[in-house]
Structure formats: structure tokens, C-alpha cells
Design a binder for this molecule. Structure first.
Ligand SMILES: [Zn+2]
Length: 411
């Protein structure tokens, strides 16, 4: 009797232990891209679920578009932005310049591909109102992506014109967003993929048609309810399983400041986006500059405790918004025969300098980096002789926690 009671108490006790007290909760991540919502619109518009997440942990403005006027400048166009999130690089590397996705460079792998290559047993999900996200950007099944397979998918409904006849007001897109969220909700609750992407389009359609308008606000209302459903599914997982979920919600671009209908250019409003997370981002991050869409890859990777291969890490154009950092804000200029570097140091350590000559870094197939020297990070600057004689030099400064890279046109 006593033994039974003991077993019962133990079993009961086990059930009452909150997931937080498990030694190791399994990290999982989901990111939602809600298309084309300017930061100023989201900030002034009531969106209770998103604002609640923001109040719980993080809301920050962020940017897309690379360095304005620099080699990494990237159009503020949807697929360009999605791929900057997926690969952690700007368009000069990933080579997606518009929504045609004509010749992407799969040299810069997506987060999905990196996770699958490091942890083949981990699972992935893509729930999306645009099929190309999976088939072209992630490149499912392509030889160039190692034939990556996404485990759980809900997409392609925009091509099903029987179920979703295309109407002039794009109401069918709203219905597809709803379906995508319903399927994401079900898969999260049942299977809980380790890494998921939810892509929702309707907010951008209303922006294109009506600009800054009542219709756009209504689309954000609908989106907010969809975010609430995803957040509830995540909360369910955390109650039922020893899991630790990171939720990231962001947008792919802003809109023009005249009508709010267009985007693609480099104006402040088109470049300005936002990031909401249920995790505190930036707590150890000394804010070298405004967060960018390319910071999301290393942030999610760090949450997932993903050991990034060196060839991936050194090409990332952003840095993690959680945990420790070595360096950020690396810049390079040519001065006579010397290349001068400046950076922001976040840790007392020795950095290693690598460089690779290049005729055309936008289209090369590989980079042959060689180690040049080591330098104390705290100096924040150094110079070295440019003995390459090439039109471009690719430069990487490697630290303990992260690397930074820059391309320099030398001729
Ligand atoms: Zn877009």
C-alpha cells in the first residue's frame, strides 16, 4: 500500500514539475514572416497578440536592404528579404534580386539546410502562402542543396484555383493564410518540428492595393489572430513537453512613404522593418547598430545550439542577438598599398585575420582564404599589406564567439 502510494506520489510529483526545472529543455524555433508591414504602422495599430509578445520580451525596429549604396545593397523586395533571413546574407551573396529567383547562389546555405546537415534527425516545417519559398529559396530536392527535404509542409495552395479561385480583392490569399496557420497549428501541437517557418502574405496584398489604409489595418488584425494561434500552439508544446521555443516574427520590407503601396527602393520607410520575439534579444548585445534581417539566422542558430560549420559562420553578414559576441561592425578601406580595418570589439581576445583575393566575389564558386595574422580585438583597428593584386579582397575576422566579414574593392 505504502509502495503504491509512493509510486503514485512520485508519478504525480513528476507531472507537477514545471518544464523549466528539467535540466535540459529541447530548444526549438519558429519564425513568422508577415509580408510588407511598415514598422510605423505596426507600432501605432492595435495588434494585441503581437504587442503582448513584444511587451513580454522584445520589440525592435530592424532593417533590410544591406548597406545603402554599398556592395551589399539589396532591393527591398519580398523574396530578397526572405532569403536574407534564410541564409543570413545579403543579395550580393545569395543572388536573389527579385521575386523571379532566377539564379540563386546555393553556396550560402539556408538555416534549414545547415540544421539538417549538422543534425539529420531534427525536423523542419514550412507553412507558406508561396510555394517558391520551399522549392526555390530553400531549394528542396535540388542537387545544389544536397537534396534537402522539409519534413512537414503546407503550401502551394495559391496554385489550387478550384479550392481557392483567384479574386480581384485577394480574399483567397487571406483564406490560404488561414489554412497555412491551421496546418502549422496542428503540426506544432502534434509533432513540434525543431525549426519552422510560417509565411503569410495577405498584409502585403492589402498594402499593394490600398496602401496605408483601413484595409491594411484589417489585414493586420487578421494576422494578429493568426499569430495568437501560433503562439498558443507553442505555449501548448511548452506545457506538455520539456521544450524551449523561440518565436520570431518579422516582415520582409516596409513600404514607400507617399502612398504606402510600393516597395523595392532604398528609402528609410522601405528599409525599416521590425522584429518581435518571445525571447529577450540584445541583452548581451551592445547595439553596434540597428538589428538587421541577417541577424535572425545566427540568433536562431544559437538558440538551437547549432554548431555552425566554419565555412557557414564566416560568411554570415549578421550577428546573434543573444549570447556573447566577439566583434561587429567590421569595415575596410584601401589606403595606398595598405588595407585598413576597423571594428567594434565586444570581448578581450585575439582575433584571426583571413583574406581571399577575388576577381568577382558576386559570382565566384569558392573563396580560398588564407590566414594573414592575429590581432588583439581591443585595438579595434589594424592594417595589412595588400599583396593580392586582385580587384576585390574578401576579409574575415574570426573571433571566439563569431566572425565578421567584409568585401573590399581594391581597384
Ligand atoms: Zn513582401
Amino acid at each position: 500500500m505504502r509502495a503504491h502510494l509512493c509510486a503514485f506520489l512520485l508519478a504525480g510529483f513528476h507531472l507537477l514539475v514545471p518544464p523549466e526545472s528539467f535540466a535540459q529543455r529541447i530548444p526549438k524555433a519558429i519564425f513568422i514572416i508577415a509580408d510588407g508591414i511598415p514598422a510605423d504602422v505596426l507600432e501605432k495599430h492595435p495588434a494585441p497578440a503581437m504587442h503582448a509578445l513584444a511587451a513580454q520580451a522584445t520589440y525592435t525596429r530592424a532593417y533590410v536592404g544591406g548597406e545603402r549604396g554599398g556592395y551589399s545593397q539589396s532591393p527591398t523586395i519580398s523574396a530578397v528579404g526572405y532569403n536574407s533571413l534564410l541564409t543570413g546574407t545579403w543579395a550580393n551573396k545569395h543572388q536573389v534580386w527579385d521575386n523571379d529567383i532566377a539564379a540563386p547562389s546555393y553556396r550560402y546555405p539556408t538555416l534549414f539546410r545547415v540544421m539538417k546537415s549538422v543534425h539529420p534527425e531534427k525536423t523542419t516545417g514550412i507553412f507558406s502562402t508561396w510555394l517558391d519559398n520551399r522549392t526555390k529559396l530553400v531549394g528542396e530536392g535540388l542537387a545544389a542543396t544536397g537534396g534537402i527535404k522539409i519534413d512537414f509542409t503546407a503550401d502551394g495552395y495559391e496554385h489550387d484555383t478550384i479550392t481557392y479561385p483567384h479574386d480581384a480583392d485577394a480574399a483567397y490569399i487571406q483564406l490560404i493564410d488561414e489554412r497555412v496557420v491551421s496546418e502549422a497549428d496542428a503540426v506544432i501541437r502534434k509533432q513540434g518540428p525543431d525549426l519552422s517557418w510560417v509565411y503569410l502574405e495577405y498584409t502585403d496584398d492589402m498594402g499593394h492595393r490600398y496602401g496605408d489604409s483601413r484595409q491594411q489595418y484589417e489585414a493586420i488584425n487578421l494576422l494578429d489572430r493568426q499569430v495568437a494561434r501560433v503562439a498558443a500552439a507553442v505555449a501548448f508544446r511548452e506545457q506538455q513537453f520539456a521544450e524551449d521555443w523561440m518565436i520570431i516574427i518579422t516582415t520582409d520590407h516596409g513600404r514607400d512613404s507617399i502612398s504606402g503601396k510600393d516597395h523595392g527602393g532604398q528609402s528609410d520607410r522601405e528599409r525599416t522593418t521590425w522584429i518581435i520575439s518571445n525571447k529577450k534579444l540584445g541583452n548581451e548585445f551592445k547595439k553596434p547598430s540597428m538589428p538587421a534581417v541577417v541577424d535572425i539566422f545566427p540568433t536562431v542558430a544559437r538558440h538551437l545550439q547549432l554548431q555552425l560549420p566554419e565555412w557557414v559562420e564566416r560568411e554570415l553578414d549578421g550577428q546573434s542577438l543573444i549570447g556573447p559576441l566577439s566583434i561587429s561592425d567590421l569595415s575596410a578601406v584601401k589606403s595606398g598599398k595598405e588595407i585598413e580595418l576597423n571594428w567594434k570589439s565586444h570581448n578581450s581576445e585575439k582575433l584571426q585575420l583571413f583574406a581571399a583575393p577575388s576577381d568577382d566575389p558576386f559570382h565566384e564558386s569558392s573563396s580560398q582564404y588564407s590566414k594573414i595574422k592575429s590581432v588583439q580585438s581591443a585595438k579595434g583597428k589594424m592594417s595589412f599589406n595588400d599583396s593580392f593584386g586582385s580587384p576585390w579582397v574578401r576579409i574575415v575576422l574570426k573571433g571566439r564567439y563569431n566572425s565578421a566579414n567584409v568585401w573590399l574593392k581594391t581597384k
